[in-house]
Design a protein around this ligand. Structure first.
Ligand code: ATP
Length: 262
């Protein structure tokens, strides 16, 4: 596949008279690791839904994995995209086992029915769950897992079809400090893996951005206020404009920190 994994040109999304996204132009190239940061209601999840070929924009043009949204067969396209989001987790059928939740990702479906999986699929699912520290959860029911366990299982599911694009919507939301640090370290290892897919992660907090993420897009009120290499975007000026308050920004050992200026 050539360089461009995602290309948005002048993308707008409107719902009921409200502009959720406005004139977003954004390119993600193969192997880049992007983070989308912005305050509540900025349009981050909406933008990720567009990137996941789940939401058709009202204006502008979108290409995902070189397929033009509106012309491409989204049912062929979606299995090439791994999406971990609470919107997916909310649709997991009652009683679904962790192993089945990961296995069914091969068919981009939720809820195991009568599909047959061979031993290669099962070994891959088990290997991914192990790599995310969930090896002991394989036979558990998804709905009984803690928030941190659910987040890691969702990432294993998103990786199951060996996607070309991995989209993570607030993977650290709701995690305690230990859970967050564990997840950020795992995502840093994934970001560092040259065989891993191109990645885009949404977060509210620069502290949750794993080392190895290369690019950032800042959203405010549906508009991209800055985008590019992460160390050029995570400046006090850009982040203060994005969140609407004066911020000090710092980086230590590959991790970012932001706090209100005194
Ligand atoms: N169907 C809809 N109709 C009208 N407004 C909507 C609709 N869906 C979302 N919105 C609004 O669009 C805005 C952007 O929502 P979105 O979920 O993309 O933001 P976000 O940046 O992910 O927010 P958060 O950080 O709070 O999760 C919000 O103000 C939301 O209320």
């Amino acid at each position: 596949m050539a360089g461009e994994v995602l290309q948005l040109r002048g993308v707008g999304v409107r719902r009921g008279g409200a502009a959720l996204l406005r004139d977003v132009t954004w390119t993600v190239n193969e192997s880049e690791r992007w983070v989308i940061v912005g305050p509540n209601g900025a349009g981050k999840t909406t933008l990720l839904q567009v990137a996941a070929a789940m939401l058709h924009p009202t204006e502008g043009a979108v290409e995902v994995l070189e397929e033009e949204i509106g012309r491409a067969d989204v049912f062929e396209l979606r299995p090439r995209i791994g999406l971990a989001s609470s919107a997916v987790a909310e649709r997991v059928p009652e009683g679904e086992k962790v192993i089945d939740l990961v296995l069914t990702a091969s068919y981009a479906i939720l809820g195991r029915w009568r599909e047959e999986y061979d031993s290669t699929d099962v070994s891959r699912a088990v290997g991914l769950l192990d790599a995310l520290g969930c090896g002991d959860l394989i036979r558990r029911t998804f709905s009984t897992l803690s928030e941190g366990e659910r987040k890691r299982v969702q990432i294993a599911r998103a990786l199951m079809p060996d996607p070309e694009l991995l989209l993570l919507d607030e993977p650290a939301a709701g995690l305690d400090l230990g859970g967050r640090e564990d997840l950020v370290a795992r995502l840093a290892r994934l970001a560092d893996d040259p065989g891993a897919p191109t990645m885009v992660m949404v977060t509210h907090h620069v502290e949750e951005v794993p080392d190895g993420f290369t690019h950032a897009l800042l959203l405010r009120k549906g508009e991209a206020v800055a985008q590019g290499k992460v160390d050029e975007v995570f400046t006090p000026e850009h982040l203060s404009a994005c969140f609407g308050l004066a911020l000090d920004v710092d980086r230590q050992h590959g991790r970012w920190y932001a706090r209100a200026s005194r």
